[in-house]
Design a protein around this ligand. Structure first.
Ligand SMILES: NC(=O)c1ccc[n+]([C@@H]2O[C@H](COP(=O)([O-])OP(=O)(O)OC[C@H]3O[C@@H](n4cnc5c(N)ncnc54)[C@H](OP(=O)(O)O)[C@@H]3O)[C@@H](O)[C@H]2O)c1
Length: 341
């Protein structure tokens, strides 16, 4: 069986989506790329026709992977449910519907079964949430998580393709001794660390949007509204792959060896944990890779039943495109994604 796939949005995530559909051998008969404007765009060495998005464009589509910008003018709000109405199975990468009770929020290795309960519309969690819940899932299976304190080190690709270009430009300007004017961030990102991702929200005083996503999405994915989450999200001058320092408290004690063993056996996780030999996950080596890497597993010296760990994943791959394609594979397995012809 082959599926006609629409990729909606051709920016950083949309381009990676096309690469992942190819690299993971997704059974597609055709990839139709939709965006705001039509053009020819080269992705991974191949020219693709990009078409302007219209409701009718979804009529012959089996699977629609939404990678457009968020908000009222974004593709998901304009066309997401319209695509479902026209018979497509939708996986949305943005935040518009993540907390919608009709929409399961899924990381396949954590709560993949939720795909069975969908109304044809699944949300991909935020990139920083995906890698954190993925790394913590084997531990939560041993003992329920009570509290998480997380600090993130997020790459510029998380902001989109223009932010990647901006960091490249800032490198060149710095080398040439030219003045640097920030564009995507309130400050220069080169040689800097910015403790702000998204904007302040009334909902949680003093927290920026990305931090609030981590709090709410983690509870929804683990199906546990009682997990206390405190997040500090930070943008760093790294092109690709996010890193996270996580302090996590459980109902009961989990030993370091028990944690390492559970992590090393969990689907999609790779343990890189030999601190004496300088082995730990790093973004430089995670870019373009599929796993969520986990290391620096250790006991919190001041709090019982608590572990510290470090995790790294490619935010465009596991944090977006790969997770979406894995959802589509599961949807085929569960019989909820069907080909029209
Ligand atoms: N970057 C990450 O790490 C990451 C991770 C997880 C989730 N996400 C989410 O994934 C989505 C895409 O992110 P990105 O980083 O790829 O952004 P991006 O590089 O800025 O690309 C956005 C794309 O959306 C298209 N678009 C915008 N409005 C549209 C509309 N009304 N109809 C059709 N297409 C529309 C644009 O079309 P044109 O090219 O024609 O302008 C563009 O191709 C966002 O919702 C983002 O929050 C990103």
């Amino acid at each position: 069986m082959k599926y006609k796939v629409a990729v909606v949005g051709a920016g950083a995530v949309g381009e990676e989506m096309v690469k992942v559909l190819n690299s993971e051998n997704f059974p597609f008969s055709e990839i139709k790329i939709l965006a705001r404007s039509s053009r020819v765009q080269n992705i991974d060495g191949k020219d693709y026709n990009v078409y302007a998005t219209t409701p009718e464009a979804f009529d012959d589509v089996d699977l629609a992977l939404f990678c457009g910008t968020e908000g009222a003018k974004g593709a998901s709000q304009l066309y997401g449910w319209e695509a479902v109405k026209r018979g497509a199975f939708v996986v949305d990468n943005g935040q518009d519907f993540r907390m919608d009770p009709r929409v399961p929020l899924v990381v396949p290795e954590v709560n993949g079964e939720e795909i069975k309960n969908s109304q044809g519309f699944i949300a991909n969690p935020n990139c920083s949430t995906i890698q954190m819940v993925h790394a913590l899932a084997p531990l939560n299976a041993i003992s329920t998580i009570k509290r998480i304190v997380v600090s993130t080190y997020q790459s510029v690709s998380g902001t989109g393709s223009d932010a990647i270009k901006e960091l490249e430009e800032q490198v060149v300007k710095y080398v040439n001794g030219e003045e640097i004017e920030p564009r995507n961030y309130p400050y220069q990102i080169l040689f800097n660390v910015i403790p702000q991702i998204a904007s302040l929200k009334d909902e949680f005083e003093g927290y920026y949007g990305e931090e609030i996503k981590m709090i709410k999405e983690t509870r929804k994915i683990f199906g546990n509204p009682n997990i206390r989450v405190s997040a500090t999200c930070v943008r760093v001058p790294v092109f690709r792959a996010h890193s996270e320092s996580i302090n996590v408290e459980f109902e009961n004690e989990i030993s370091v060896s028990q944690a390492r063993e559970a992590i090393s056996k969990w689907p999609g996780l790779e343990l890189q944990d030999d601190p004496a030999n300088n082995i730990y996950p790093m973004p430089l080596f995670a870019r373009g890779k599929n796993p969520t890497y986990v290391g620096r597993v250790r006991k919190d010296t001041g709090n019982p039943n608590t572990l510290d760990l470090w995790c790294v994943a490619d935010n465009i791959r596991k944090g977006a495109a790969l997770n979406a394609v894995q959802i589509a594979f599961k949807a085929i397995e569960f019989g909820v994604l069907k080909a029209k012809n």
